[in-house]
Unconditional design. Structure first.
Length: 367
């Protein structure tokens, strides 16, 4: 008889954790206590959870475990950025990045092994796609950083490897853990999900979460965005922007952050800036201009700094809030669009990039 696999309690947010302990015949509050031990105190040994009854600890040792993927590599950058490479149980590797900036310390978290969306300027996309991460594999990145960071984490962004909204349930559960007072206790304003624009999932997200939303825009019209962000062919701008406006409706303080990678001669002209202002009229928005981080074979160049600043000033004069993101960690390939991990591609894009479309379900998720 094959032994039953132990449950990894890192895969459970508060309600499933309570339900798990009730299924074991114990009170729900024991689940909350264990959640606190794992995340707030970083304890993975049940015997060290001293306010959990001894008999329950013995039961947990038989049926459950807390599995944190080991750190295969830790790389510090000259600017204080730090990258961790985590090795998963199946041999895949994912990356997360710690970015200190003034009084903020932000962790950039991955949600998938690779990415299926094939954005043309992104190094992660070139690795192909293998699978979604589990809730526990997403939260483990926070667990590791919380204990290894030289300064306290203040923000978590789902902007690492993968498209978060294509791994909806695990990502939402992980964000719930990050915001839980028994775990990491971050405010909804300090947790940001970045998406390439899966419209049905943005609307679904609004029903279950109110974390901050960032959208990878990168172009002011459908023709160019179709080339840079292929998911636009399924969810064009005329569908994406209303969903973004709806997401922050009812709260005047909130804006959607639109990310815009600056590509020399591609999307950085005055005409592009003017079109961008027209596109975002009526949408509570702020622009995050991102200097392109080159990688081998990309075919793109970084816009010169003076061109980026001219573009930004044009947006500002039109009343659109705009900042230029500082490139961080590029000496360790930890900058935006550079995360690659180690991916065994299951999408076959390495052999046939144009001939293998991504299959989407009716709810907008990867089939």
């Amino acid at each position: 008889m094959t032994p039953t696999a132990k449950a990894n309690l890192l895969d459970l947010d508060r309600r499933p954790m309570e339900a798990y302990f009730q299924a074991l015949g114990h009170k729900a509050f024991h689940g909350r206590n264990v959640l606190k031990w794992i995340h707030k105190h970083g304890v993975t040994d049940f015997d060290a959870m001293t306010d959990v009854p001894k008999a329950l600890r013995a039961t947990l040792a038989e049926v459950a475990e807390v599995v944190v993927p080991p750190v295969a590599l830790e790389q510090p950058a000259a600017d204080g950025t730090r990258k961790w490479l985590l090795e998963l149980a199946d041999g895949q590797r994912i990356e997360s990045v710690l970015i200190p900036d003034g009084d903020r310390t932000t962790l950039c978290v991955s949600s998938q092994v690779g990415c299926a969306l094939d954005c043309s300027f992104c190094s992660t996309a070139r690795q192909g796609f293998n699978r979604n991460l589990s809730l526990g594999e997403i939260v483990a990145q926070v667990w590791v950083a919380w204990r290894r960071s030289p300064r306290p984490l203040t923000n978590v962004v789902l902007m690492g490897m993968g498209e978060p909204l294509a791994n909806f349930d695990a990502v939402v559960g992980a964000m719930d853990v990050v915001q839980d007072d028994l775990a990491y206790g971050l405010s909804k304003y300090r947790v940001t999900l970045s998406t390439s624009g899966i419209v049905p999932a943005i609307r679904r997200l609004r029903e279950v979460s109110d974390v901050s939303l960032a959208v990878s825009l990168h172009a002011p019209d459908n023709a160019l965005r179709d080339e840079l962000v292929p998911i636009n062919r399924k969810y064009p701008l005329e569908e994406l922007l209303p969903a973004c406006a709806e997401y922050v409706a009812g709260d005047r303080r909130r804006k959607v952050t639109f990310e815009y990678v600056m590509l020399d001669g591609v999307n950085d002209s005055d005409a592009h800036a003017k079109a961008l202002v027209r596109l975002l009229e009526g949408v509570p928005a702020k622009m995050n201009l991102i200097p392109f981080n080159p990688f081998s074979g990309s075919g793109f160049r970084t816009s010169p700094p003076e061109r980026v600043e001219q573009f930004r000033q044009r947006l500002l004069r039109s009343g659109l809030m705009a900042i230029t993101r500082k490139t961080r960690g590029d000496d360790i390939d930890a900058a935006c669009g550079q995360l690659v991990g180690r991916v065994r591609d299951r999408s076959r894009r390495q052999l046939q990039r144009e001939a293998v479309p991504v299959a989407w379900r009716s709810d907008g998720l990867v089939a």
